[in-house]
Design a protein around this ligand. Sequence first.
Ligand code: LHQ
Length: 260
Amino acid sequence: MASILVSQDAGVLTLTLNRPEKLNAFNPEMHQLLRGAIERAADDAAIRCVLLTGAGRGFCAGQDLSERDVGGAAPIDLSVSIGSHYNPLIRRLRALPKPVVCAVNGVAAGAGANIALACDLVLAARSASFVQSFSKIGLVPDSGGTWFLPRLVGKARAMGLALLGEKLSAEEAERWGLIWKVLDDGELMPQASALAQDLARGPTKGYALLKKALNASAGNSLEAQLDLERDLQREAGASDDYREGVTAFKEKRRPEFKGR
Ligand code: LHQ
């Protein structure tokens, strides 16, 4: 069985992490397949939204620990897999010029939690949970965790999550503003797919630009952000979809966006 399942429908590329017996923990093959699928999403204009989820009862338990041999005399250099796999994945998700919806179907732990947080809209099943499990094995939150957490929930909660490594329920995650929405378990995939399909019918170019603006804002002054908004709006205003949006508004009909 492939460790990533890929399917394409109605402009949505659905990627399912598929090592359910390991709660979809990452091994090198899974990284490689996910990388290929995200590159395909970037290159193919027919794909206008990506939906990421997991098979079985977990979303993703981070790095596969059963593949780590920590018994040798020399320590393992963890920066190698971070540099070659995890960091490029986070950068690729953030830079993808299309919305990425994450449907967290079960526990999201370690890098698995932070990969979810790197997506643009995070939905979670009511039974799902988020765990910064790194401290339980003596590690530091990675895959952007130390960047996303304080920005999403504030320093106090970020520090609590990181130090204690306790499970945060999906409902609490929603209340804290860590994720977009919690849904009943049976509703997660139907609603996530419907949302992804809605986004795939949207003004993809405009979405790419607004994603760029929001992702840049954490590192910008208001002055710099105002300049960036001006420049991105110039680009958005030159899109076919802006023309279609205004025309449809005046004609009192639904717009038919082409994504460019
Ligand atoms: C697993 C795993 C797993 C293998 C559950 N591996 N089998 C990046 C780069 C470089 C280096 C280091 O790290 C990183 C990033 C990271 O992600 S580090 C953090 C790695 N992940 C963890 O520490 C999480 C470890 N897992 C857990 O704490 C628990 O399994 C969670 C909280 C995720 C779920 O707990 P439960 O619902 O009680 O399930 P379980 O523990 O019974 O797990 C079910 C099965 O999945 C079990 O196998 P078994 O054969 O006994 O049924 C686990 O061994 C396996 N599994 N996580 N990461």
